[in-house]
Ligand binder design. Structure first.
Ligand code: GSF
Length: 215
C-alpha cells in the first residue's frame, strides 16, 4: 500500500475496540459509511493485559484516538465527532427535531445493548451468585425496547422513514448483538419488520464487514 506523506508528529486515527462490542460496531459502521480512515486496534477490556484503561478511565470500548493522541469516548460522542469531520454520507440530520429523533433511536438501541450485556455478564457469575430477578428485570427492558422499535419502524423502509441514518445503524448493531449473545431469543418471529430491516442492513458492506465473530 502506498503511504501518503503525513505531518511530523501526527498519527493515523485509531479505534480501540473488541470485535463483539455492539457499541464499537456502531462506530465501525459509521466510519465505513463515511469512508473515514483509521487503524483498528483490537483490545478486550476483560482481559488481564488490556490497555483500555490507559485510554479511557472507564475501562470500556470503544475508544477513538485522535491524531494528537487525545481520546474520545463513548460511542455516541465518537459517532457525533465522525459525522462532523466528513460531509460524506451524513448519519445525523442537521435539523434539530429529526436529529434528536435519530439520537432517541440510538439511545434506545444502546440501552437495549446495555441491558443485554448486563444479563450476559450476570450469567457468567457462579450460578448461586446470579440474581434471577435482576436478569428478568434486564430482559424486560430488552423485550420492551424491541417492541418499541418494531412499533416505531412500522412499515417504513428505515427507522425514521425513507432515509438510512444512525438510527438504522444503532438498531442493526443491537439486533446483531442479540443474535450473538441470545441466539435462543426469537425476536424475528415476534417482530418480522425488524427482521426485514436487519436483512436490508446486511446488504450493506459496512454491516457485513463488521459482523461479530461467532461466539
Ligand atoms: C458503553 C460501552 C460498553 O459498555 C458506549 O461506548 O456507548 N456507553 C458506552 N462497552 C463494554 C463492551 S460491550 O459490552 O460493548 C465494555 O467495554 N465493558 C468493559 C467494562 O469494564 O465494563
Amino acid at each position: 500500500m502506498p503511504t501518503r506523506p503525513t505531518n511530523a508528529g501526527s498519527h493515523r486515527m485509531k479505534l480501540i475496540a473488541s470485535l463483539t462490542s455492539p457499541f464499537a460496531r456502531k462506530v465501525r459502521v459509521v466510519a465505513a459509511e463515511k469512508h473515514i480512515d483509521y487503524e483498528l486496534v483490537v483490545d478486550i477490556p476483560w482481559d488481564e493485559d488490556t490497555r483500555v484503561p490507559q485510554y479511557n478511565p472507564l475501562g470500556k470500548v470503544p475508544v477513538w484516538v485522535l491524531e494528537d493522541g487525545k481520546t474520545l469516548f463513548d460511542s455516541r460522542v465518537i459517532v457525533e465527532y465522525l459525522d462532523s469531520i466528513s460531509p460524506v454520507g451524513h448519519v445525523l440530520p442537521r435539523e434539530p427535531r429529526p436529529r434528536i429523533m435519530v439520537k432517541r433511536w440510538e439511545a434506545l438501541a444502546d440501552g437495549l445493548c446495555e441491558a443485554a450485556a448486563t444479563v450476559f455478564q450476570e450469567r457468567k457469575r457462579p450460578p448461586q451468585q446470579q440474581s434471577a430477578e435482576w436478569i428478568a428485570r434486564q430482559m424486560r427492558k430488552v423485550d420492551a425496547a424491541l417492541t418499541a422499535m418494531s412499533e416505531d419502524l412500522g412499515e417504513q423502509e428505515w427507522c425514521t422513514g425513507e432515509f438510512f441514518n444512525l438510527s438504522d445503524i444503532a438498531t442493526g448493531c443491537a439486533l446483531g448483538y442479540l443474535d450473538l449473545r441470545f441466539p435462543e431469543l426469537d425476536w424475528r418471529s415476534r417482530h418480522p419488520n425488524l427482521a426485514a430491516l436487519h436483512e436490508r442492513l446486511l446488504a450493506r458492506p459496512s454491516f457485513r464487514d463488521t459482523l461479530p465473530p461467532a461466539a
